[in-house]
Design a protein. Structure first.
Length: 111
């Protein structure tokens, strides 16, 4: 599969904001409703570090299979190349930061 440089049009979220960006690194904030998710994907060169601000987050991972639940203040890092799916694990909106780097960003969708 071919990676894309901008994944904002591939899935719907309640809100998204970019807090910082420089070559090889960026910080995004996303807010997802209880029914929204960031679909299965991976990044070729960068890792995602999730930091939960509000609500509950659930991250499903492959290679190896893992199910991670995060509360406000929790962090979790997904290494480059590892497929993951991000969902809201609660009854209200979840807000989280994603620190992405170090390297060139891409989003490789999976089915």
């Amino acid at each position: 599969m071919q990676g894309v440089k901008d994944s904002s049009g591939l899935y719907e979220v309640e809100r998204r904001a970019r807090h910082a960006e420089r070559p090889g690194f960026r910080i995004n904030e996303l807010q997802i409703s209880p029914t929204q998710q960031v679909p299965w994907h991976f990044h070729t060169n960068i890792q995602d570090t999730f930091y939960v601000l509000a609500g509950e987050l659930r991250i499903f991972l492959r290679e190896p299979k893992e199910d991670v639940r995060l509360q406000p203040g929790d962090t979790y890092t997904v290494r480059s190349g590892r497929p993951h799916l991000v969902t809201n694990a609660g009854q209200r909106s979840a807000t989280f930061l994603v620190l992405q780097g170090i390297g060139e960003y891409d989003y490789v969708p999976l089915t």
